[in-house]
Design a protein around this ligand. Structure first.
Ligand code: HEM
Length: 456
């Protein structure tokens, strides 16, 4: 296949459905799950009917992914075992909601996340990144090693928390960090029957129930404090003020609490994983790091980062997009087949499960030249548009359920990277181990151990 042509023209899937023997390479699932799906796609092609402990249809072709997310999205929903498990943790917030509840919440929340609406969070993003940079100064001077991955987790949690609760977040940051940690631990476990059922008295189930009870009590208190305070402008207050344009109805307190929980969990782990990989890739590609530093110097100069700098930080954005291609934070997707449907010309019965791995899709050799190579130039404006239309690049999903936080997240990633990389060169320490973990998000398994060098 001519890769130049494949990059500019959306292609229709013309292959066939592979049906491997029962339990084909099932043992690989005990290890890294992204590797398991990648092996299936490499061995068997872009459309696989897998039958084993879990049975599913794997799609690894942009036109099949487009069909699931966009063209025939109504035939697919999130009533799958995996999303049922998320419901134990997220309640019925937007990430897992279906039907009328999803439509109503999306309609109410969409205006709060448009490209202009998220600009109001610029300052708190920059201030959180600046605070981190100040904390890094003595670590840098002492030549100490720090785990940049957990630093990114800290700063993105702070940004999500401050956007939602303004200063109230700082009072309770350690508890929120603990609750989100428990929720993530729970969500990362595979949905095995019985042991993982919510009624089973396992340690993680007990921990989750307690974390959720405490988190919900905190959220209800936040909502109570905001109600009637018309000067408050955090996201909780905006959710309280939102009205359904058809009925004029507000969201209930429990709906607001569920959405806040979803945003804090879904919004910070993903961004922090994207940033962790950016630092790893920059270390491995000094030419890219130099080019990035040059752009930051030219655009920002010696003063603080300003809102108007953002659109000039073209290369910074390209670096982030390329890092999310190779290391998509929310790497795995699954859908329940809600009604009999034809996918890639094959009839698929209601109740089946369709899955895809962004990790494999984003490295598909038919759609990416030298797919494993880190090359931000792929995302130079004008070039990347074509890939997006083919659904070969979907770090934020696509179709009606595309990530509602996409503009918030992209601004956050650019701001944090720009502020920190303007002041520091981050160099991986020799104790750093390059191993990828694919749980709910894709992260460097042993963190990102690095030393800092001060830039002028
Ligand atoms: C780099 C950062 C992020 C990545 C890679 C990411 C990725 C995704 C993806 C792939 C989906 C779609 C899942 C699907 O198809 O079902 C999604 C949905 C969602 N994301 Fe994000 N996300 C990020 C940041 C955020 C942030 C910052 C927020 C909140 C402020 C957020 C809130 C949500 C919500 C509420 C949904 C559900 C949307 C719906 O179903 O209507 N995400 N995200």
């Amino acid at each position: 296949m001519d890769s130049q042509q494949s990059e500019s023209q959306p292609q229709t899937f013309s292959g066939t459905l592979a049906r491997p023997p029962l339990m084909y390479r099932q043992w690989l699932l005990a290890g890294n799950r992204a590797t398991f799906f990648d092996t299936l796609a490499k061995d068997l092609g872009d459309f696989v009917h897998y039958r084993g402990l879990f049975s599913f249809y794997l799609v690894n072709h942009p036109s099949l992914v487009k069909q699931v997310l966009m063209e025939t999205h109504k035939s697919f929903d999130k009533n799958s075992v995996i999303y049922d498990r998320f419901r134990n943790a997220f309640g019925n917030g937007l990430v897992v909601a279906e039907g009328d509840r999803w439509r109503r919440s999306r309609r109410l929340m969409q205006p709060l996340f448009g490209p202009r609406a998220v600009e109001q969070y610029f300052e708190l993003m920059r201030d959180s990144a600046e605070q981190m940079a100040s904390r890094w100064e003595p670590i840098c001077q002492a030549g100490q090693v720090l785990d940049v991955a957990s630093e990114m987790n800290h700063v993105t949690l702070q940004i999500a928390g401050r956007a939602l609760f303004h200063d109230s977040f700082d009072e309770i940051a350690p508890q929120i960090s603990h609750w989100t940690h428990v929720i993530n631990l729970y969500s990362a476990k595979p949905p095995l029957p019985i042991v993982r059922s919510f009624w089973f008295p396992s340690r993680i189930n007990r921990q989750l129930k307690q974390a959720l009870a405490e988190f919900n009590a905190f959220l209800q208190e936040m909502i109570r404090r905001r109600r009637g305070n018309e000067h408050s402008t955090d996201l909780i207050s905006r959710l309280l003020a939102a009205r359904d344009e058809d009925t004029g109805e507000p969201m209930s307190d429990s709906e607001i609490a569920e959405e806040a929980l979803g945003m804090i969990i879904g919004g910070h782990e993903t961004s922090s994983s994207a940033l962790a990989w950016v630092w790893c890739e920059l270390d491995q590609h000094p030419d890219v790091r130099d080019r990035l530093h040059q752009e930051l110097e030219e655009v920002i100069g010696d003063g603080p980062l300003q809102m108007e700098h953002l659109e000039q930080l073209v290369y910074t954005r390209m670096v982030i997009e390329e890092a999310m291609r190779l290391h998509p934070p929310f790497w795995f997707e699954n859908r329940n087949v809600a009604e009999d449907v034809e996918l890639g010309g094959v009839p698929i019965a209601k109740g089946s499960v369709v899955v895809f791995s962004r990790y494999s899709l984003h490295r598909h050799p038919g759609f990416w030249r030298e797919p494993d190579m880190f090359n931000p130039e792929r995302f130079r404006p004008g070039v990347e548009e074509n890939r997006r239309s083919t659904y070969a690049y979907v770090p934020f999903g696509g179709g009606p359920r595309i990530c509602i936080g996409i503009h918030f997240a992209m601004m956050e990633l650019v701001v944090v990277l720009a502020v920190l990389a303007r002041r520091f060169k981050v160099m991986l320490d020799e104790s750093h181990r390059h191993v990828m973990a694919a749980n709910l998000t894709m992260t460097p398994k042993y963190g990102v151990r690095a030393r800092l060098e001060r830039r002028s």
